[in-house]
Write a protein of this length. Structure first.
Length: 220
């Protein structure tokens, strides 16, 4: 398998910026698996499926057709042919996604799809279970963290257009999501065996990207 770089970590740890930066620096593709769980959640909400009802979610998990574009300069996610890159970032989706992603039928479907996209490699993949479940043989595994407050500040900046998304509200919603993602039965967020832990609280994006690029070069 050619290079696969798995980058896992909690929300707001800087995974997306770092993953895209590493993919650009090394000429690799980029897959945002969080966008896939968000797209599935967006579709469930649009269909009126009660997302807290795991059985109802499982029963519909096979229906939407997801397509991912893996260019790190313009990643895309489409559901049934419609680009949903914008709508999947709303607070409504963000606050519902942990319930949908905890459903085993959803995970089985999306993990299969993620492995198809990874194919023969040459890709940076970000998520919560990439080093543990999706690509446990990835030659480079990163567990990216940052302090809770730093992560909330970064998220709130992303959500600047939403006046309700203050740092305090974002921090509370994020803590809830991280708790759900880390304590669920199916593939909880946890540091994979052999993963390099990088704490980005005091690091700039360039330093994080450089660290991962160095680890990738050392692995080959
Ligand atoms: O990375 P992002 O914050 O966009 O992910 C949204 C949600 O998707 C996470 O809170 C988590 O519930 C779910 N997720 C997951 N497994 C992944 C990636 C994301 O369960 N590999």
């Amino acid at each position: 398998m050619s290079l696969v770089i798995a980058i896992d970590g909690p929300s707001g740890s800087g995974k997306s910026s770092a993953s895209k930066g590493v993919a650009r620096a090394l000429g690799l593709r980029y897959l945002d698996t969080g966008a896939m769980y968000r797209a599935m959640t967006w579709w469930m909400l649009a269909q009126g499926v009660p997302v807290q009802d795991a059985e109802a979610v499982a029963a519909r998990a096979g229906e939407p057709v997801l397509e991912c574009g893996t260019d790190p300069d313009a990643p895309t996610i489409a559901v049934d042919g419609t680009d949903v890159s914008g709508p999947i970032r709303t607070r409504e989706v963000t606050n519902a996604v942990s319930a949908v992603s905890a459903v085993p039928a959803v995970r089985e479907r999306l993990v299969r799809l993620q492995r198809e996209v990874i194919g023969a490699g040459g890709i940076v993949v970000e998520g919560r279970d990439i080093g543990t479940v999706v690509a446990p043989d990835a030659p480079v595994k990163i567990y990216l963290t940052a302090s809770e407050e730093t992560r909330a500040r970064r998220r709130a900046k992303d959500l600047a257009a939403d006046p309700a998304a203050t740092v305090a509200v974002t921090q509370a919603e994020q803590a809830r999501r991280d708790r759900l993602d880390s304590t669920r039965t199916a593939s909880p967020l946890t540091r994979a065996d052999g993963a390099h832990e990088i704490d980005s609280t005091e690091l700039g994006l360039t330093e994080v990207v450089e660290t991962v690029v160095r680890l990738a070069k050392e692995s080959t």
